[in-house]
Design a protein around this ligand. Sequence first.
Ligand SMILES: *Cc1c(COP(=O)(O)O)cnc(C)c1O
Length: 223
Amino acid sequence: MNIEAYKELLEECNAKKVVLVAVSKTKPVEDILALYNLGQRDFGENYVQELVEKERLLPKDIRWHFIGHLQSNKVKNIISFVHMVHGVDSFKLLGEINKQAQKVNVVAKCLLQIHIAQEETKFGLDEKELKDILNEVAPDKNGITIKNVNIAGLMGMASFTDNMVQVRKEFGYLKSLQMKFATKQLPLSILSMGMTADYNIAIEEGSNMIRVGSLIFGERKPK
Ligand SMILES: *Cc1c(COP(=O)(O)O)cnc(C)c1O
C-alpha cells in the first residue's frame, strides 16, 4: 500500500470536491481496514462474492460501490447494503435492481454506464440507449415506475491507451452527455470517471467521482 500517495490524492480530491472511491478489489480486508482507520469510507469492488464476504467482515458504515458488471441474478446478494451501483447498462438490469430494492425497502443509487472507449469489449450504453432509458424512467411518464432506483448520474471508462488526447476526448464526451440529458427532476449530478492512469484528465474534464485502485493499494495480481 502507498499511504503517502493516498493522502496526496485525497487532499487533491477534497480541494476539487471530487469523491475518491478506493478500489479494493482482490485486496485483503486488512488493507481496507488500514485505509478505513485513516477515515476513508468509499470503497469500490468488482465481484459480488468478494464484496459479500468483505462486507460481512468490515465496519458497517463503509459505503460500498459496486463498479463491476452486475449480473441480474446477483443483484439480490448486494442490494440491501450497497451504497451505489456504477455499471448499470440495460433497462432489464435497472428493472431487476428496482424489484430487489423494493423487496428490502431501499432506494438503490445507480449510475448508467456509457460506452465511451474505442474498444469493443467495454460495457455500456450508447447515446441512443441512454436516451431511451431516461425516457422510460422519466418521472412524468405513465406505465413503468421505477420507484426504488435513483439514477444519480453517469459512469464511463476511457480507452486503455497511452494516447491521452483520445482519453480526454472520451471523458469530454461523457461530460457533454451529462449536460445534455440532465433535467431538473433528474440532474444526473454524479459523473464517475477516472482511474489510476487517467484520473487527472478525468477531473479536468469534469469528473466528480474517481475510482482509484492500484495507485493506493499497489498493483493487482491478474485474476
Ligand atoms: C479496477 C477498476 C478501477 C481501478 O483501476 P486502477 O487502474 O487500479 O485505478 C476503476 N474502475 C473500474 C470499473 C475498475 O474495474
